[in-house]
Ligand binder design. Structure first.
Ligand SMILES: Cc1cc2nc3c(=O)[nH]c(=O)nc-3n(C[C@H](O)[C@H](O)[C@H](O)COP(=O)(O)OP(=O)(O)OC[C@H]3O[C@@H](n4cnc5c(N)ncnc54)[C@H](O)[C@@H]3O)c2cc1C
Ligand SMILES: NC(=O)c1ccc[n+]([C@@H]2O[C@H](COP(=O)([O-])OP(=O)(O)OC[C@H]3O[C@@H](n4cnc5c(N)ncnc54)[C@H](OP(=O)(O)O)[C@@H]3O)[C@@H](O)[C@H]2O)c1
Length: 250
């Protein structure tokens, strides 16, 4: 199989002036929910490629990727200029280990995300496996402003379909709201606010925690969980924490 498949843009969903989702059709191999692929465009004679997590479930042929425009970022300014019908290059198969196969059994699965990293969790939540394996699932989406709480309709449908099993807890850090926690995730774990809101304790005996997005959030949240005796999952030494970070800290 060649290195790139040419896909076609179906639609660009517009959440805020910086936050978008790209929907496209492309003939790629099956992927596992939670994985990412690479998207690329030819810019000034050079193919510029970056990894993006699938938001759609593996059964959905309409591929979807959520992205934020990064100031001075080489690719995102060009992604946002795409129109329906435009070509986008995509890697022929999914990659990565942020998938349920890497997560041991537990009572509760905590899915902690910032910004665009809600995507892989939405993909995982389309699978039957996640509902069969975990008694409770807590989805956390931490953003700066309420407008950045993407996929409200999709989450509402999941909540309606899995009323007893799923909770969604939004964090909005830079605005007052009457529904979200106005704090950062590691602080809200440390001071008990997240568990109080969920009505479930977050402990190594009963929980698995997947964390995705901003590397500082991944680091700080992992540290708070490690202070509670949890540890990173390794294939030969299972723990409770599975992470994926979207960029490297400076
Ligand atoms: C496994 C993996 C999966 C990823 N999935 C997604 C995804 O689903 N959606 C997405 O928007 N990005 C995702 N990214 C980041 C993405 O690959 C690009 O880095 C990002 O879109 C910016 O591209 P760029 O070329 O404009 O800038 P780059 O040169 O790639 O990045 C410049 C700087 O922007 C910051 N940055 C990068 N990504 C983000 C981000 N998502 N939010 C905030 N700041 C960022 C970092 O400081 C980075 O050093 C993922 C990265 C990895 C490693
Ligand atoms: N979203 C925008 O309007 C905007 C504007 C300009 C540039 N950008 C660019 O886009 C990038 C990503 O922006 P984003 O809006 O997706 O998200 P972000 O900066 O990753 O913020 C998302 C959430 O993560 C929180 N967070 C940040 N550091 C944390 C840590 N160490 N521990 C726990 N929580 C932490 C933020 O809280 P705090 O609010 O407390 O930081 C916020 O609630 C930025 O790095 C920037 O380059 C975005």
């Amino acid at each position: 199989m060649s290195k790139w498949v040419e896909g076609k843009v179906v639609r660009l969903r517009h959440w805020t002036d910086k936050l978008y989702s790209l929907q496209l059709k492309a003939d790629i191999a099956p992927f596992t929910a939670g994985q990412f692929t690479r998207l690329a465009l030819d810019i000034d004679g050079e193919r510029v490629a970056r990894p993006y997590s699938f938001v759609n479930g593996p059964d959905n042929s309409l591929l979807e990727f959520c992205f934020v425009i990064v100031p001075d970022g080489p690719l995102t300014h060009h992604l946002v200029a795409l129109d329906a019908g435009d070509p986008v290059f995509i890697a022929p198969r999914g990659a990565g280990f942020f998938v349920l196969d890497e997560v041991p059994e537990a009572n509760t699965l905590w899915m902690l995300s910032t910004g665009t990293a809600i995507g892989p969790f939405l993909s995982i939540l389309t699978t039957d496996e996640v509902w069969q394996r975990f008694r409770k699932i807590v989805l956390v989406h931490a953003v700066r402003t309420r407008q950045e709480l993407t996929y409200g309709e999709e989450i509402k449908a999941l909540l309606a379909a899995h009323r007893e099993q799923l909770q969604m807890i939004p964090f909005v850090s830079r605005e007052d709201t009457d529904f979200a926690i106005k704090d950062r995730v590691p602080l809200a774990i440390d001071n008990g606010e997240l568990e109080a809101r969920a009505g479930i304790s977050l402990s190594g005996d009963t929980a698995q925690v997947m964390i995705c997005g901003n590397p500082a959030m991944v680091r700080d949240t992992s540290a708070v969980l490690e202070a509670r005796g949890m540890k990173k999952n390794k294939r030969r030494d299972p723990g409770q924490i599975t992470v994926e970070q979207y960029w490297k800290e400076n």
